[in-house]
Design a protein around this ligand. Sequence first.
Ligand code: TEU
Ligand code: CA
Length: 552
Amino acid sequence: MNKTWWKESVVYQIYPRSFCDSNGDGIGDLKGITKKLPYLKELGINVIWLSPVYQSPNDDNGYDISDYENIMTEFGTMADFDAMLAKAHSLGIKIVMDLVVNHTSDEHKWFIESRSSKDNPKRDFYIWKDGKDGKEPNNWGSCFSGSAWQYDETTGQYYLHLFSKKQPDLNWENEKVREEVYAMMNRWCKKGIDGFRMDVISLISKDQSFPDGPTNGGLYGSFESCVNGPRVHEYLQEMNKKVLSKYDLMTVGECAGVTVEEAKKYANSAGTELSMVFQFEHTALDNGETMKWSTKRIPLVPLKENLTKWQKGLNGVAWNSLYFCNHDQPRIVSRLGSEKDEYRELSAKCIATCLHMMQGTPYVYQGEELGMTNTVFKSVDDFRDLESINAYHELTENGIISPEELFPKLCHQSRDNARTPMQWDDSENAGFTTGKPWINVNPNYKKINAKEQLTREDSVFNYYKKLISLRKEHEIIVYGDYELLLPDDEDLFVYLRRLNNNTILVACNFSENTRNFDYNDIGNGRVLINNYKDINLNDMKLRPFEAFAILF
Ligand code: TEU
Ligand code: CA
């Protein structure tokens, strides 16, 4: 077992736009983050993953970058960034930056040049193709609705955009593109940042024959020719040699479409590519009545099966990330727990126990440590995210589904659920801003907020704090083996961790039923954490959403 700091860390993701606004313009910013660093220190996390803070026209909230080496005007200045980094480091907190290099903004100077003429030196920085029979070059769809190809009048060709048409894909086949990206990364590393979270890095290498995808219809999908493409590992190994290996970094690849077999390459223990990956199989288990849009709950038995496959599959050969929440995912309490007053906090703690006791590096997304829930959307006008807005138009205007039927599904799955402002206190706008927030605050902020939870011993915040500190005390939580018990039980998620002569039993009841539960010698164990006020090891029952971890 190779020990490293990033295996022993807990990461906290900040979505800057929604975290803390320091100047009342309704938009979170870097000074706001700096002000809240002591809060994160109190929680006990070691690393911050910062969603993009670079110059951007914000078609996709910073995931469309127009200048990799300047800070988004609304977020502050490079001096604010340097101050934030220095303050974080002085508190022992590392900062991992978002690296979005599958695509740039169409307002990036490379693209402005590239689109200007066919013989411009930057033409091949992007992927340009002639149309086929007066139509798009192939049937690939954009993740944000419509074709992945945009016709450009200036030169009469189409450019590829797997995301919005303001996010043209870079051409990684072009060595000059790769050199520019590595040079930019090296400059950030020299500034002293601690790593990268790599946006859709599994999509950078495209099948150069650009074949039609098997799922035609113009709607989403058709990523088969881009996911884990022919040269992706070659590119990452090159990036590793030219950048990553020169510093002590943590890297995590956002890998749409990654399988266990592919992850063993991306996150291999020899360290020739990345530290770890984000996989998406477990967060897709509740997708699907209409594309990803649905009102389903995450089904427990498939969830156990999936996470177990990843726990066992990467053990000893690669490294897992552990997450339920990020800025693209609806709130986990609303997907897997309960929003009911009597169960909300219990279920948030149950979910946290289940995830944080596994092998891998846990990620906490802002507000998750408070048990924040999905928000309320009154109409389509309340959405800010282009994915939700585009999907609404495309699916209803093509008659694929009626607005009445689609709206609740959008509300349940929209990425905006994760993007409502952080709930700091019970004052107006949850203490996020003194102005008008760019997106509505979740109306439940008077009930769920950091100020209240910091003062209450049994809060969700304090439970997360305890889970994070346990991970630092017990090596077995970081490195131990994993074994699932009761695979077919529809209410209970129970597993063991083992290292040397120690065992940890983790039991979580994901239902409102009280269930009998027995485990050999349970009375001899030591309770590390539990989410009810009392626990009686001699008469074990698992009450609704009860969770505990016991060390033997
Ligand atoms: O996400 C890429 C991705 O594949 C998905 O998470 C996707 O956004 C979502 O599932 C759609 O349902 C990354 C970023 O995390 C996301 O915020 C960006 O919009 C996207 O890339 C483009 O940069
Ligand atoms: Ca601001």
